[in-house]
Design a binder for this molecule. Structure first.
Ligand code: CO
Length: 160
């Protein structure tokens, strides 16, 4: 058994670890439907060729320099990401997962900025202020440690 799971074990608390009670307070927003799942790949052309061979409809690649990635959509709900530029935020992930792997899941919320403010107020770490994502609507990412190892993207619902 891991030491931290021992009965009565105390969580280490620092100045930026707010009380669990505050973190788990009822949110001011509702987490909407799963919008997409994103997989980081080392070679986008090879990955899209594979998905096309599997019968999928693949979108043309879209370079997103602000996010350091080039993205393709396989159907509507699978996003493939390839690093773009020297500072790509997915480069370190691909070093750990050289063949590629699940990078993030994305859920919709009605107002990304409001959701991010509510989460930060309760002590959740947001990686960067809201920015336009692959669908041209605002997105934010939570720190993966906040969601038990899976990076969570929140995307503004487009209302369709
Ligand atoms: Co995404």
């Amino acid at each position: 058994m891991l030491p931290a799971l021992r009965r009565g074990a105390r969580r280490r608390r620092t100045a930026d670890t707010p009380p669990r009670r505050r973190r788990l307070a009822t949110p001011s927003f509702q987490l909407g439907r799963l919008n997409h799942v994103a997989v980081a790949v080392p070679d986008l052309a090879a990955a899209t060729a594979t998905w096309a061979a599997l019968g999928a409809t693949v979108s043309p690649p879209q370079a997103m320099p602000a996010h350091g990635v080039t993205a393709c959509f396989v159907g509507e709900q699978l996003e493939l990401l390839e690093p773009l530029g020297a500072e790509s935020p997915i480069a370190a992930f691909l070093e750990r997962h050289p063949a590629g792997g699940l990078h993030h899941v994305c859920h919709e919320v009605s107002d990304v900025a409001a959701a991010a403010r509510d989460l930060e107020r309760r002590g959740f770490r947001i990686l960067a202020p809201p920015a336009l994502g692959a669908h041209g609507v605002p997105v934010v990412f939570l720190h993966p440690k906040e969601t038990h190892g899976t990076l969570l993207e929140l995307q503004e619902a487009s209302g369709d």
